[in-house]
Design a protein around this ligand. Structure first.
Ligand code: AP5
Ligand code: MG
Length: 223
């Protein structure tokens, strides 16, 4: 099973991917996470990406598609049970075409493109309030998902948390503009193949997960 989670910043792609990993043994392939790791490690791709990410622009198609291909090969042995979730990739028509090529080369295909449909004004609050465990990366939110015990990660018990440098209102608005200009226009490419399923991303997290589970448990559509 190979699925894409598509939606603007804060739509819940990472939140839902985390659940699918925990509950179905799927592998999450988030180009945002890969780029943040590259920035932290100071790799050439990371150095090139940092300034673009801090402003909310899109990193080059060649860099992100290369990251996806490499990661897909690295994680192949671990995803026997569940398959792959593409989170935040593809984001342009060129990336959508590259993904088809990357999958075909490996004898794989897409099963579903799940669009998280959201009210964008509410997303600013979601993104600006987001933080995560500095140790294991578990996601939290100032209003919607605080740790059960104050200052303690529910998953690993760590006490330090971090916030993303691009989670400020100005950058979020630029990220949304990029989504409308370059990412939303790839939906017809998948609609033509009958792959797009829409989910109400404004529902509670558990309800969103339930809708996604129903899609994954339904019969898959051939591409
Ligand atoms: P990336 O890391 O992919 O960021 P994004 O697309 O802007 O999306 P987010 O991670 O902000 O949101 P999300 O949908 O994962 O929401 P989440 O689940 O965390 O990309 C960052 C940057 O990297 C880009 O701007 C670009 O520069 C670069 N980049 C990455 N991929 C690229 C590519 N392919 N090509 C080029 N450049 C690329 O949820 C948000 C918050 O809301 C959380 O706190 C969560 O707890 C809460 N929440 C989630 N769901 C709900 C719900 N249903 N109800 C209430 N709260 C909720
Ligand atoms: Mg994310």
């Amino acid at each position: 099973m190979n699925i894409i989670l598509l939606g603007p910043p804060g739509a819940g792609k990472g939140t839902q991917a985390e659940k699918l990993v925990a509950e179905r043994g799927m592998i999450q392939l988030s180009t945002g996470d890969m780029l943040r790791a590259a920035v932290k490690a100071g790799t050439p791709a990371g150095l090139q990406a940092k300034a673009i990410m801090d402003k909310g622009g899109l990193v080059s198609d060649a860099i992100v598609s290369a990251l996806i291909g490499e990661r897909l090969d690295e994680t192949k042995s671990k995803e026997g049970r569940g398959g792959a979730i593409f989170d935040g990739y593809p984001r342009t028509q060129a990336q959508a075409e590259a993904l088809d090529f990357i999958l075909a080369e490996r004898g794989r295909k897409l099963d579903h493109v799940i669009e998280l449909v959201v009210d964008e004004e509410a997303l600013v609050e979601r993104v600006v309030g987001r933080f995560s465990c500095a140790n294991c990366g578990a996601g939290y939110h100032d209003t919607f998902k605080m740790p059960k015990v104050a200052d303690t990660c529910d998953v690993c018990g760590h006490h330090e948390f971090k916030r993303r440098p691009d989670d400020n209102e100005e950058t979020v608005r630029t990220r949304m503009e990029e989504y409308h200009a370059k990412t939303a226009p790839i939906l017809p490419y998948y609609e033509e193949r009958g792959l797009v399923k829409r989910v109400d991303g404004m529902a509670e997290m558990a309800a969103v997960s339930k809708e996604i589970a129903a899609i994954l448990d339904s019969e898959t559509v051939a591409s």
